[in-house]
Design a protein around this ligand. Structure first.
Ligand code: SF4
Length: 481
């Protein structure tokens, strides 16, 4: 038997969304790779570095027996670790193949470390990659493009491989991809395209029925969509979950426009939904304008309270996802956000620090304004995630920002705050299961928040924020292809 090791890299010591234990998820894209591999003469293993390390303490040796192929996925912050793993695996004669978002951002960079790179979505090209490997004709590059999601019909990710190894409690499931909007910080339109791709809902229902996973996270950024047609498709999905009595406990991401669709909310509750993550981003219309967050502008920030009440009235919890540190945020923004949480009775507040992910409009703008202070790539990619600051603020100082984040922690997370919000969730939704879910997410996010504060204090002490990375040159960053 030939062997493929599937690797999800992770910088040791980081706590991010992956630290939220109630939704700890398997790396679904690697589970797809296992399912898509043709032939019966391959065996698979997986290393998820959230749970065990792929490199020893020297970071030069792999911790597993060398397989034929090491397949590594990477988001941007994972890329430096992925490169180390690829280099260590190559020393043992393994063939290394890299995919994932960062490889699409920077395939030339990834090719310096891996034998082969896959850009775009791997579903359509992976069988060919394996055939070429078996025939000794492996190419350096493959591009999977952005296929119609009907390609996922009856190709179900090998969740059992993942569960056997690590016992993941939740899995994710793909129902849509892509977004027609262009919020400046968001990498979804860049990597999944600006066409909203909807998987046929019957295919999603078949996959739900085929998995024994009860806890499911809809993997995409918007399961509800952008118009009447996509809303009807989403409701057909929820109806199917009820009619087939699938008994899933699920959550997902969408936009606040869903609050205006009482039928959708009712069907969601009946189909097992806890509630959903919604991109609030900011309560300041000027900030929303700069970001290009059109859906929130259309609803109007002053209507957030009414939208959230409608969701609560349907028995669902509201997981507000916001951004701190965007242009237009100043030292008063933090108190305003805390006031918003209590005034609107938000069940869960999580956030990202405004991050210029490579090849997003925000990245190009901040670079053209010479405001990035982390640009020693590839090492500095590790900071390009939402728990670190990588750019200089214009409307406040770094100290204002750190004090503001501490204020949010003290008022939304510290002391009795989490329990207080749980009691409010119970009152607002009347649903103990959904309120308890919100409580557990907040308890886990507490650890993530503390890590963010630690990162910020380290940044203050290091002086890196004040470095002029553009000194001596008028040039902005030229990202590798
Ligand atoms: S933040 Fe949401 S609405 Fe904006 S581009 Fe990303 S996925 Fe689309």
């Amino acid at each position: 038997m030939k062997k493929i090791m599937l690797v999800n890299p992770h910088p040791p010591g980081r706590h991010g969304e992956e630290s939220i234990s109630v939704i700890v998820q398997m790396p679904l894209n690697l589970a797809y790779i296992a399912a898509l591999t043709p032939g019966d003469d391959w065996e698979f293993d997986v290393v998820d570095e959230n749970l065990e390390l792929a490199l020893d303490d020297s970071e030069e040796n792999i911790t597993f027996a060398p397989p034929d192929i090491v397949a590594i996925t990477a988001l941007t912050y994972q890329a430096p670790r992925a490169y180390k793993i690829a280099q260590a695996a190559k020393k043992h004669g393994c063939t290394t193949i890299m995919g994932g978002i960062h490889t699409s951002v920077s395939s030339e960079e990834a090719l310096q470390y891996a034998d082969t790179v896959i850009t775009g979505e791997a579903e359509t090209v992976w069988p060919q990659v394996i055939k070429d490997f078996e025939n000794g004709k492996l190419q350096r590059r493959y591009d999977g493009g952005l296929p119609h999601l009907s390609v996922l019909k009856r190709v179900y990710p090998d969740r059992e491989l993942m569960r056997r190894k690590y016992g993941y409690k939740f899995s994710s499931i793909i129902t849509t991809k892509g977004c027609p909007n262009r919020c400046d910080f968001c990498s979804v339109p860049t990597f999944q395209g600006q066409k909203f791709r909807e998987r046929p809902y019957e295919d999603v229902l078949d996959e739900m029925a085929a998995t024994t996973y009860k806890g499911l996270m809809f993997a995409e950024d918007n399961f509800y969509g952008h118009g009447a047609r996509s809303a009807e498709r989403a409701k057909n999905l929820f109806r199917g979950m009820i009619e087939r009595d699938l008994k899933k406990d699920w959550l997902g991401f969408t936009a606040l426009n869903i609050s205006q669709d009482a039928e959708a909310l009712s069907l969601m509750r009946k189909s097992g939904n806890f509630g959903f993550l919604v991109g609030i981003e900011s309560t300041n219309p000027e900030v929303l304008k700069k970001m290009g967050k059109r859906v929130n502008l259309k609803l109007g920030a002053t209507n957030y309270k009414d939208c959230i009440k409608k969701i609560h009235d349907a028995g669902l919890i509201v997981w507000a996802s916001v951004v701190f540190g965007a242009d237009g945020d100043d030292k008063d923004s933090f108190k305003k956000m805390v006031d918003f949480v209590y005034d609107c009775k938000v069940d869960i507040l999580t956030y990202g620090l405004d991050c210029p992910f490579p090849k997003t409009p925000l990245f190009y703008r901040l670079d053209s304004e010479k405001r990035l202070f982390r640009k020693n790539f590839p090492e500095d990619w590790v900071y390009y995630e939402t728990a670190n600051v990588v750019h200089k603020f214009v409307d406040m100082t770094l100290d204002d920002f750190v004090d503001g984040m501490q204020y949010v922690y003290d008022h939304v997370y510290a002391g009795d705050s989490i329990r207080k919000r749980f009691r409010t969730s119970m009152q607002e939704t009347g649903d103990p299961r959904n309120s308890m879910f919100a409580l557990r997410v907040s308890q886990d996010w507490d650890q993530v928040f503390l890590q963010v504060l630690e990162n910020l204090h380290k940044l203050q002490a290091s002086g890196d924020y004040y470095k002029d990375c553009y000194a001596g040159t008028s040039k902005t960053i030229s990202l590798p292809a």
